[in-house]
Design a protein around this ligand. Structure first.
Ligand code: NAD
Length: 376
């Protein structure tokens, strides 16, 4: 069977869904691997490295030979035209709000796996693309903030006087937020963080940051360890707490997401106004509607009171070389579970819980329970 690794068609995407290491492993499982010429260049993986790992370097049209396609992003309707019927495609499908494109994948007859639906269970930890990419995004958010900030982060006691440590506030202490906390601490900032899941408090404290939470909000943990949306009363209590705290911060990193919903609005224009000139906010949720009022996807906005709101797109892609290696490993770990090692063949077991959770389309139809409407 043949695996194809295309160049990502999205111009802003520097990641690639395979690495020399995973190519070598797929070859070891008996697959023929074709990598499109230049697919790894933005992640600093030369064609020669893929070739010496056992891949053939091919062209875009080789996709028609593929039983399995490894991608970072969902294939566009025009890309789908060249896919073979019955081919399996693995990607971060970003399915919510894109139901028409999911339906198109069904019509094209491909088996589309949404890697972001991988259950957060022990068996699937090595396949967890949300974690591998969010971890890097959390790191990069702090680096981006530090680069936009024209004061120092660590306290510096020098002969010429003392520079105070920057105060960094991280909102949302999941995978990205926890890495942002750790990174900001390494740079010497004084870090506080908040979340709506009580369990996050301990993790924040273990990284040496202070957890901020209102008494009005005991715990808003929802299904699968994710947060649920807050009630209006809870939102109000949270906003009051944040309003007080944020005015004293130099850097704010927001990472809050709710599965399948727009990102919660955590920072109002009023709060941004309360911050002092030169402060920096990085909104990692900007692609999901944003946590921060005034954040613009793909832009750095400077407000009237001289606060920068950073809304970079695809933040894991800003650390493309590292992100690709981890993402590629996540895909390999999942696909390996679908390969019969004796027969050296790939097959989809619809009864497997990982398949059930991630398979969006199969045999010409939308099959995922969350997209029953797109199926109709
Ligand atoms: P996420 O990206 O969905 O959300 C980011 C964070 O924002 C979460 O911590 C969430 O609680 C928080 N948030 C949501 N609404 C908020 C609000 N109104 N105010 C403040 N914060 C808000 O989360 P994630 O990083 O994907 O992590 C989700 C859960 O999965 C966590 O419990 C995490 O520990 C868990 N997890 C488990 C595994 C595993 O067991 N394999 C791996 C990774 C993550």
């Amino acid at each position: 069977q043949t695996i194809f690794v295309p160049s990502e068609s999205d111009a802003t995407e520097g990641r690639v869904a395979a690495s020399p290491e995973t190519v070598k492993r797929f070859a070891g499982l008996g697959f023929d691997v074709i990598v499109e010429k230049g697919a790894g260049s933005a992640s600093r993986i030369p064609d020669a490295d893929f070739a010496s790992a056992g891949a053939t370097i091919g062209k875009a049209s080789d996709i028609s030979k593929a039983d399995i396609v490894l991608k970072v992003r969902r294939p566009s309707p025009s890309e789908l035209k060249s896919y073979r019927k019955g081919a399996a495609v693995f990607a971060a499908m970003d399915p919510y709000g894109n139901e028409a494109e999911i339906a198109a994948m069904g019509k094209a007859g491909v088996s589309a796996f949404a890697m972001e639906f991988m259950p957060r269970i022990t068996r699937a930890q090595s396949m967890d693309v949300l974690s591998s990419q969010a971890n890097l995004a959390g790191y990069r958010a702090v680096i981006d903030a530090a680069a936009e900030y024209d004061r120092a982060l660590p306290m510096m006691m020098t002969a010429a006087g003392t520079v105070p440590a920057a105060k960094v506030f991280v909102m949302g202490a999941g995978v990205a937020g926890l890495q942002a906390i750790a990174t900001a601490r390494r740079l010497g900032a004084v870090v506080t963080a908040t979340d709506v899941r009580a369990a996050a408090g301990e993790q924040v404290a273990s990284l040496g940051a202070k957890f901020i939470m209102t008494d009005a909000l005991k715990d808003a943990s929802g299904e699968g360890g994710y947060a649920r949306e807050l009630t209006d009363a809870e939102k109000k209590a949270q906003a009051e707490l944040v309003a007080d705290h944020i005015a004293k911060q130099d850097i704010v990193i927001t990472t809050a997401l709710i599965p399948g919903r727009p990102a919660p609005r955590l920072v109002s224009a009023e709060m941004v106004k309360s911050m002092r000139a030169g402060s920096v906010i990085v909104d990692l949720a900007v692609e999901r509607g944003g946590n921060v009022e005034g954040a613009v996807a793909g832009k750095i906005v400077t407000t009237a009171n001289d606060v920068k709101i950073v809304g970079h797109l695809n933040v894991p892609g800003r650390v493309a070389s590292s992100a690709s290696l981890l993402y590629a490993k996540n895909l390999y770990a999942f696909i390996e579970t679908m390969v019969d090692k004796e027969k050296k063949s790939f097959a989809i077991d619809r009864e497997d819980e990982l398949v059930k959770a991630t398979l969006l389309t199969h045999d010409g139809a939308v099959v995922h329970a969350n997209f029953a409407d797109a199926a109709a």
